[in-house]
Design a protein around this ligand. Structure first.
Ligand SMILES: [Zn+2]
Length: 308
């Protein structure tokens, strides 16, 4: 009996150790958390605040549609998700492509720059999920990015905007690793902003992660987002933490600027439905919070596309 218990314990530890893209087991990331001031209390957030620019009705509608498939590891479900994104990005005038990398397929949409099309800002999200509909992980990141793109589509920018829907993030950043390795002119990449799950803010304190691990290549991206938060007066607090468990890390491996944005996962406000069957569109997703994050990133993106 004792043996069996020990065996189960060892086996469960091994199982945890192998799922090393699971954010819950990134113990160093929890230890790296620090809050930037000011920290907003829930009372200071005006619940009736409406987005100035982003169409969050569109966001909700598309999030529901995107989250209809049960498990975006199965090829048919991933194909459905990519076809859905293809139609949405064609509607807003982006060119659409697929990159097969052997074992998977990345989705690519692009709006060419009008002055220096060779300079590219990459906005990304992973489109796969783990045994669930993945409404938050990573429906909110993927549809948040689509909603930001809808606004970016209205202006001509000097630099190119490239959207990446990465495949096979959840099994080890496979899609982004293949994609970044395939880039021929890496010096033309302005940077990458990677959209992760951003729906849960149960403490209503506006805390969210902008993760750069204080890399010299990448802190400027964080500063651009912070400037936008200050300029727009958004009730958000940036929480530092360090993790390489999403697609931004594939850019870091090639010394390219990248950050990942997400809910305050490592600050103790992670989605209770992370990688669980209850990751559906329901009341735990906070639309005001997501509006604020997306407004900040939209503004930061425009600054990067205009000023770089
Ligand atoms: Zn994710």
């Amino acid at each position: 009996m004792k043996f069996i218990t020990v065996f189960i314990l060892i086996f469960s530890q091994l199982a945890v150790a192998h799922s090393d893209h699971d954010w819950r087991t990134d113990y160093e990331a929890y230890l790296s958390v620090s809050y930037e001031s000011p920290l907003f209390d829930g009372l200071s957030i005006n619940e009736t605040q409406k987005s100035n620019r982003l169409d969050m009705k569109f966001f909700k509608q598309k999030l529901i549609q995107f989250s209809q498939t049960e498990d975006r590891r199965a090829l048919t479900n991933l194909d459905t998700a990519r076809e859905f994104l293809k139609q949405e990005y064609l509607k807003i005038g982006f060119e659409v492509n697929l990159q097969n990398f052997g074992g998977g397929t990345n989705f690519i949409a692009e709006k060419k720059g009008s002055v220096h099309p060779e300079k590219v800002l990459i906005l990304s999200s992973h489109i796969d999920s783990v045994r669930c509909k993945g409404a938050n992980d990573n429906g909110t990141g993927t549809i948040g990015l689509l909603t930001v793109s809808q606004e970016l589509a209205k202006t001509n920018y000097p630099f190119t905007i490239r959207i990446l829907g990465f495949d096979k993030e959840e099994i080890g950043l496979v899609g982004s690793d293949a994609y970044v390795a395939s880039l021929t002119e890496k010096q033309n990449i302005i940077g990458n902003i990677n959209f992760e799950m951003m729906g849960v803010n149960s403490r209503n304190d506006g805390s969210f992660h902008v993760i750069d691990c204080q890399k010299a290549t990448s802190v400027a991206l964080t500063n651009t987002i912070k400037s936008s938060i200050a300029k727009l007066g958004l009730p958000l607090t940036v929480v530092k933490a360090c993790t390489d468990r999403s697609d931004h890390a594939s850019f870091w491996r090639h010394n390219l600027p990248a950050v990942v944005i997400s809910e305050n996962f490592f600050g103790g406000d992670a989605d209770p439905c992370y990688h669980s069957r209850c990751d559906i569109v329901d009341d735990r997703l906070n639309y005001n919070y997501m509006t604020n994050i997306l407004e900040a990133v939209l503004d930061a993106t425009e600054n990067l596309l205009l000023n770089k």
